[in-house]
Design a protein around this ligand. Structure first.
Ligand SMILES: [Zn+2]
Length: 535
């Protein structure tokens, strides 16, 4: 395996860095992937023997690299979670002046509850259509204006108005206001008892089968002091057809779906009520984030945080006789990179001015829970946290001319990435499918939510050797045949040259930040700017 030597020049952007040459050790990196993605680690699912092996391995590697425990005297942060398996006791009943219509579980709707109780119910809760269900001061948009939805059930559309009118929000780039998790959060802030999102494949960027399968399994949540009672009692989705029949039963026009995207839209009371009982099976367990600190020299109370999720899907349904979901790309690669970057930073002759935290988080695959826990229970002050740099699922396609910035246009960190890419003779580009909201789908997002500028890069497609069409085909092949499948395994045929170059880029970004005194910010129009400005 090759060694990449990084030479730091005393020039331009690197005025704060001393001349320094460090090596990202490709051999050590591969060894970490091989161990983490081995069958012995059982697919690294939280609460399994695979978790124990994984977190012990990470702790030992951080220790060996000479890093300090990241949480007081410990390399671990407990993440208490609760698993809730929700089953609706019957169909979803819609009662109106024209009688009662019932919708069938899984075929027409799915529901869960985050409330940690054996049984929850909503009774005769009034239904209100709130359009996109968005309160966005920076876009002067409030679907809940003048409306009191306490105890009511809101019916809401997925995505944001920019999807159909490019002059609204960020056009076809989905803002966080478009994401289903936001719909739940806003409905809860408004005091709604229930929230039902209308599914539409294009707006959601995935089909009903994805919604159905993820809701027919149990769901994992962080344990909260209030047992999640601040959230809506019922959280769920309706198929587009079910929503249309609901509208018909209410005697309102399906034109409302379009009108909801026009400025000045007013919510519509549907004149229907709904009742539902949900039974729960509840299990509590604790998993772990693993964290290690490289203390800074002059500005040690300011932090750069690198993150990677260590977890994957564990053992599950066998495909072609293989039941271990090794997650070599997703995310043994990012976790191995985290260890390798920790080792690289620790070996620097001149230590960085700012502190660097290496944080391997749990339960990303279950809803970004480990990073949510850290962001809401930070060990180090968020106001002094300069940046988050996330690594999730490198793909071994070899060297590329391009680097993809997921959610491009959010923060100043992108300018750092662009400069670092240029030094490698590469260029940056945005997501290929900006309306899918990829920026909200990995761990950096939880840092963004609390205002910490967060950067997430993905493997590019313009292959140096084989061109862009080939690179795109590789990416599609990966998504189709290996993503979240037992075949996401390490192979000695992996071409690591591109991953090592990406790691070098991410090292350079963190290194530059760690020797500066500035705090990069959110770009104007970012939905996360307000959270930072408050700090
Ligand atoms: Zn991942």
């Amino acid at each position: 395996m090759m060694r990449l030597f990084l030479l730091f020049l005393l020039a331009g952007n690197y005025a704060f860095a001393t001349a320094d040459s460090v090596a990202i050790d490709g051999k050590a990196f591969v060894k970490h992937i091989q161990v983490l993605a081995s069958d012995a680690f059982e697919g690294r699912k939280p609460f399994t023997a695979g978790e124990k092996k994984t977190v012990d391995y990470l702790k030992t590697a951080f220790q060996k690299a000479g890093l300090q425990p990241g949480n007081g005297k410990s390399y671990f942060q407990d993440v208490p979670m609760v698993n809730i398996a929700s089953t609706p006791a019957g169909p979803l009943m819609l009662k109106g002046k024209n009688g009662t219509v019932s919708l069938a579980n899984l075929t027409d709707f799915v529901v869960t509850t985050p409330h940690v109780e054996n049984q929850v119910k909503i009774t005769d809760s009034e239904l209100v259509f709130v359009g996109y269900g968005i309160v966005a001061p920076e876009y002067n948009w409030n679907d809940y204006a003048g409306l009191d939805v306490r105890g009511k059930t809101v019916v809401v559309m997925v995505n944001d108005p920019g999807l159909i009118d490019s002059t609204l929000f960020k056009g076809n780039i989905m803002t966080y206001y478009g994401r289903w998790t936001y719909k739940y959060e806003e409905a809860a802030r408004q005091g709604a008892a229930g929230v039902l999102i209308v599914h539409e494949s294009k707006a959601a960027s995935y089909g009903w089968s994805v919604v159905r399968s993820s809701f027919s399994k149990s769901k994992l949540y962080l344990q909260a002091a209030d047992n999640n009672r601040s959230r809506a009692t019922v959280e769920g989705w309706l198929t587009l057809d079910a929503a249309k029949s609901l509208f018909k039963h209410a005697g309102v026009s399906p034109e409302l779906f379009r009108e909801a995207g026009v400025r000045g839209f007013k919510p519509v009371k549907l004149g229907l009520t709904t009742s539902l009982v949900i039974n729960n099976q509840i299990t509590k367990s604790t998993s772990q984030n693993v964290l290690a600190l490289l203390p800074g020299t002059d500005r040690k109370n300011e932090y750069i945080i690198y993150t990677s999720h260590w977890d994957h899907l564990g053992k599950s349904e066998a495909i072609k006789g293989d039941s271990i979901y090794n997650g070599a790309s997703d995310n043994a690669s990012g976790t191995a990179a985290l260890l390798e970057l920790a080792e690289t930073f620790a070996k620097l002759k001149k230590k960085p001015s700012r502190s660097i935290l290496f944080l391997a988080v749990t339960a990303e695959e279950q809803g970004l829970l480990g990073s949510e826990y850290y962001a809401t229970h930070p060990v180090f002050p968020l106001a002094k946290t300069v940046a988050n740099i996330n690594m999730d699922a490198f793909i071994p396609v070899g060297r590329t001319k391009d680097v993809v910035i997921v959610g491009k246009g959010q923060s100043d960190l992108e300018d750092y990435a662009e400069a670092a890419a240029a030094r490698q003779g590469r260029f940056i580009r945005g997501d290929f499918n900006p309306s899918a909201g990829s920026y909200f789908r990995s761990d950096h997002f939880n840092f963004a939510k609390v205002g910490v500028p967060a950067l997430y890069l993905k493997t590019g497609v313009r292959s140096v050797k084989n061109g862009e069409a080939w690179g795109k085909a590789q990416l599609e092949d990966h998504n189709l045949n290996r993503y979240h499948a037992p075949s996401d395994e390490y192979s000695s045929s992996w071409d690591l040259s591109g991953i090592l170059e990406d790691m070098q880029l991410l090292f350079n970004v963190g290194y530059r930040l760690s020797n500066e005194s500035t705090f990069p910010g959110w770009k104007t129009g970012s939905e996360f700017k307000a959270a930072r400005d408050k700090k």
